[in-house]
Design a protein around this ligand. Structure first.
Ligand code: C2E
Ligand code: MG
Ligand code: MG
Length: 647
């Protein structure tokens, strides 16, 4: 005799869950197109599980009822419902595993062939069940209409067991794809469903399996499926929480996918002009356009003006196509009631994991304002976005370091070939903060220049150098002057010379002790301003050096006009000629050319004895490089020159 007391609650429970899911109008139950995409959708598989539970329960209850019925032809109906039961029952274990595979993102990049392999055992079990009326391999009814298990029933159980085991395997393998709460729910789901199967396997008349599975589904629904908190209230798209959750899951399981980011430009301005209600309508229109045009269901509104479309594809063709279409669409107006609104967007394609390795990196990226000074809608490459993001980050860090007084200088010795000793030093900026300690000034100086922070930095460097020159130990050494880098951007400030002079006089430092290194940049600055300022500095007694000679921007006219005391050949030139066959000659020619300008030559970047010998033989006057010393703190520099003098 069968105990069906559990089948009816199982049926009701699953039915209720099903109705709830579909009537709650959760966005996740808008399912993707295409059967393969549906199978790769967690919510579709959840619905599939509920439907199988419901149908299994119905066929089980009817089947059991029929075992007691006595009407004519009952044998056929009994047989039919037993068969139904097995058809649905076999689907249960496979959908159960498919659910776990989806939740843990195991299947995101599954090709068709994986699905086919995955389905083979299932298909075998269905063939056994469906052909059972001819074979009786799964079960048969004897003359007294008593049900018996057939010889292959054990295989059906084994296949069910195989799927459950696979479910376990994928769960443990990719557990870190899901949050702790979710994984507890999945563990409970697996545990309780397995318990039901075991109880029923041991005591076959005790039909609890479906009930335990329905219960497990309820837990899953409450924890993993009930995602109303994942929906953006205005647009109905998935929200920021869903965005972070889904991406964390995919990144943690090392999946390959593409994200198209779309940012509406100046939404605040549009809102101020047209009013909140109109803008809500605009956003709803945009959202439904994105869903329709992208052809995927993973469309997010992670911020009122920020949207993302997730493409779980190994190539990025679809994502690129969509992006181009969107750019075109946003060139036209959106009709909102009687209004025609225009919104511009900035789009970018993020390839994971090539472009982004962690969820933090992604969060950083979407929270940064990656805007260029450009009108209309446009595309920015991820490289540009990163550059803009970083410069924002570095600017922030630099600003903080300035207020927290984390700037400092290091000094690199400059060695005279004729005197065979250190005669000067170059002051180089360092930032002693966690964010910038290991970042080269080559990265943040340009940011300081563009953000205006260079003004304060420049004054700090100048004052530090003056202090350094006041040190008695420096005064009494062979150090004739100190070189410091002056950015041409500092020339934009009219009070540059006055502020330098004020500091210099305060420390009572002779101007001839200060050498200003200028780099000729492609900056669009007024040439006259630059050359007039330089002349002014020279009149006051400062000397000048032309830095980074040979890197491309040198303006020969200006070089001959201004009286540079030193010309510093860039380290990259030395390193390049060291690799070339006729390198020695090239360097010699370059140096003799520099000499025609009446300047002395400093070679930067000398790291080895060979390089040293080479530049000396080419006629270089001064040498700066790691061969002698890297840039060092002021106290270490004093020790360095003391050592040199004593040896
Ligand atoms: P720069 O003025 O050409 O300074 C020389 C750079 O070459 C320094 O890098 C120095 O550490 C490095 N260097 C010198 N010899 C060697 C060597 O033998 N091997 C190697 N690998 N490197 C060597 P640093 O300190 O990273 O500075 C980079 C650039 O940042 C400077 O190039 C300069 O353009 C800028 N900078 C540094 N400090 C300041 C500053 O206070 N103000 C301004 N405006 N720019 C600065
Ligand atoms: Mg320099
Ligand atoms: Mg240089």
């Amino acid at each position: 005799m069968y105990e069906i007391n559990f089948e009816i609650p199982a049926f009701l429970l699953s039915l209720l869950c099903y109705i709830y899911c579909l009537t709650a109008k959760h966005r996740q139950y808008i399912l993707p197109k295409g059967f393969k995409n549906k199978l790769a959708n967690q919510h579709f598989v959840f619905l599939l599980m509920l439907v199988t539970n419901i149908l299994s329960a119905i066929s089980s209850v009817v089947g059991v009822y029929l075992t007691e019925a006595t009407f004519t032809g009952v044998a056929f109906w009994q047989y039919l419902f037993h068969a139904f039961y097995f058809v649905f029952h076999a689907t249960l274990s496979v959908s159960f595993t498919l659910y776990i595979i989806n939740v843990t993102s195991t299947s995101i990049n599954w090709k068709k062939i994986y699905y086919i392999l995955f389905a083979i055992p299932y298909v075998i079990s269905e063939i056994i069940v469906l052909t059972n009326s001819f074979t009786g391999w799964a079960f048969y009814m004897d003359d007294n209409l008593i049900y018996h298990r057939g010889p292959l029933m054990i295989l059906l159980y084994a296949i069910g067991g195989l799927y459950v085991a696979l479910g376990f395997f994928f769960f443990f393998k990719n557990k870190k794809a899901i949050s702790k709460v979710d994984s507890i729910a999945v563990a409970f789901f697996i545990g309780i469903a397995t318990l039901g199967i075991i109880i029923q396997a041991v005591k076959s008349s005790f039909l609890v399996e479906l009930f335990s599975e329905s219960l497990a589904c309820l837990v899953i629904m409450i924890v993993l499926e009930e995602k109303s908190g994942h929906i953006d209230l205005t647009t109905g798209l998935l929200n920021r929480i869903a965005f972070t959750d889904d991406n964390r899951r995919l990144i943690n399981t090392k999946q390959k996918y593409g994200l198209v980011l779309l940012k509406i430009k100046e939404l605040d301005k549009i809102t101020n002009r047209f009013g909140g209600r109109e803008i809500d309508a605009l956003l709803i229109n945009i959202a439904s356009y994105l869903v329709k045009e992208s052809g995927v269901v993973e469309v997010y509104c992670y911020r009122r003006d920020g949207y993302a479309v997730l493409y779980k594809e190994l190539n990025y063709d679809k994502a690129t196509d969509f992006m181009n279409k969107a750019l075109e669409r946003f060139n036209n107006e959106w009709k909102i009631g009687s209004l025609e609104l225009k919104a511009d967007i900035i789009t970018t394609l993020v390839k994971v994991p090539e472009d982004i390795k962690s969820i933090e990196e992604l969060e950083n990226l979407i929270s940064s304002g990656y805007t260029k000074a450009k009108t209309g809608s446009y595309y920015v490459s991820i490289e540009e976005v990163k550059e803009i993001t970083n410069s924002g980050k570095y600017e922030e860090a630099l600003r903080k370091a300035i207020t927290e007084k984390k700037l400092m200088l290091k000094y690199q010795p400059i060695w005279s070939t004729s005197e065979a000793k250190t005669v000067s030093a170059e002051a180089l900026l360092r930032v002693d903060s966690d964010e910038l300690r290991n970042i080269s000034p080559e990265v943040y100086i340009p940011i300081a220049e563009k953000s205006g922070l260079i003004k304060d930095i420049g004054l700090f460097v100048f004052e530090e150098v003056c202090k350094f020159l006041c040190d008695e130990r420096i005064k009494n050494s062979n150090i004739k002057y100190v070189e410091l880098n002056l950015s041409v951007y500092q020339f934009m400030y009219n009070d540059l010379i006055d502020s330098f002079e004020e500091i210099r006089k305060r420390y009572n430092v002779d101007a001839s002790k200060i050498n200003l290194e200028i780099t000729e940049t492609a900056a669009t600055l007024d040439e006259d301003v630059i050359s007039n300022t330089l002349k002014e500095f020279q009149k006051l007694g400062y000397t000048l050096s032309l830095d980074d000679f040979g890197t491309g921007y040198s303006n020969l006219m200006r070089m001959t006009e201004s009286n540079y005391q030193n010309i510093k050949i860039d380290k990259s030139i030395l390193w390049k000629v060291c690799k070339e066959e006729k390198g020695d000659e090239m360097l010699k020619d370059l140096m003799s050319f520099v000499r025609t300008l009446n300047a002395e030559i400093i070679q930067e970047g000398v790291e080895t004895k060979e390089q040293l010998d080479k530049v000396i033989s080419c006629g270089c006057d001064y040498i700066q490089g790691f061969y002698f010393s890297a840039p060092i703190k002021d106290v270490d520099f004093i020790k360095y020159i003391n050592n040199e003098q004593n040896n």
